[in-house]
Design a binder for this molecule. Structure first.
Ligand code: NAP
Length: 275
């Protein structure tokens, strides 16, 4: 029997990229899945690829914060409780702080931070001590250090880190398990669907991501980390070492990220590691 067989799992941000990778792997492993995102037709298409699996679709927009408690109790009722909830929906904005409209920065905070918080608050009310609940938050390297042109995105991921570290400490020993996943560069559409500072869609794939890890491989790494009960872990290529570099040599890291950090990291990777 597989670790994930019969687990009741809600994936928020299931329609593409890392979330889609998780759906594909977990459906094959026999999990009971609830898929959420805005793009309902994509979720239904994914469901139809696994006709033998138990998959339900619950479309939602995490930006509509006031609707999230209701959506969360709907998700809870589908399989009579939940074992794992992946709070994976995310959006990026890439621009200088001076070019970013405040309303765009607020939008990023709503999707990446307040959405997961609103869902988690409702889950805290619904869960019972005899039913262990695992919350899986998708953070980022930008949740560990800020880089130019990603201020609001980095703020939202730092906020995830601080909030959920605190919640983990508050609820220790109560059957709530909090896992923070830090993907490196993963080949998804996050920057294509991402915004510019004025709120328009970027439409551009960032080079580092185009060369990044395949989302299915990333999803495999995430499931493995969870099976090992890791509280926080990085999944990605050699860029994952920057987390340790930042912790051990923060001064050096500050110099590295001041200008063109991704190009510098790429050069660093090419010099010291084979991909
Ligand atoms: N790719 C990377 O290199 C990387 C690195 C670090 C962290 N991450 C994080 O990984 C997570 C997944 O991103 P990805 O890389 O897989 O990108 P992606 O392919 O663009 O996936 C983003 C997911 O979030 C959903 N989403 C976006 N806005 C939403 C909203 N308002 N309401 C509900 N769902 C929404 C999207 O679905 P709909 O559009 O259908 O709503 C989609 O399912 C994000 O939290 C991202 O910040 C990615």
């Amino acid at each position: 029997m597989d670790f994930w067989d019969t687990k009741r799992i809600w994936i928020v941000g299931a329609s593409s990229g890392i979330g889609e990778g998780l759906v594909r792997l977990l459906a094959e492993k026999g999990a009971n899945l609830i898929l959420s995102a805005r793009n309902e037709s994509k979720l239904l298409e994914l469901k139809s690829s696994f006709p033998k699996s138990k998959i339900e679709v619950l479309s939602l927009d995490v930006e509509e914060i006031s609707a999230l408690p209701g959506k969360t109790s709907q998700a809870w009722q589908i399989f009579g409780g939940l074992d794992y909830v992946f709070l994976n929906a995310g959006m990026s904005v890439r621009d200088l702080v001076t070019e970013c409209k405040l309303e765009v920065e607020r939008k990023i905070m709503d999707i990446n931070f307040w959405g997961p918080v609103a869902i988690s608050k409702e889950l805290l009310k619904l869960r019972t001590p005899e039913n262990p609940l695992h919350l899986v938050l998708t953070s980022s390297l930008s949740g560990k250090y800020g880089v130019p042109k990603l201020a609001a995105y980095a703020a939202s991921k730092h906020a995830i880190q601080g909030y959920f570290d605190s919640l983990r400490a508050e609820t220790h020993g109560s059957g709530l398990f909090i896992h923070i996943v830090i993907p490196g560069f993963i080949q998804t559409n996050i920057t294509v669907a991402g915004l510019r500072g004025d709120g328009s869609t970027s439409g551009k794939m960032q080079n580092a991501l185009a060369d990044g890890m395949d989302p299915i491989r990333c999803a495999k790494g995430i499931l493995l980390g969870l099976e090992k009960e890791k509280e926080e872990f990085v999944v990605g290529g050699s860029e994952r070492y920057t987390v340790a570099l930042n912790r051990l040599f923060p001064g050096l890291m500050k110099v590295l990220i001041r200008s063109n950090p991704l190009q510098r990291l790429k050069k660093f990777r090419k010099t010291f590691f084979r991909k």
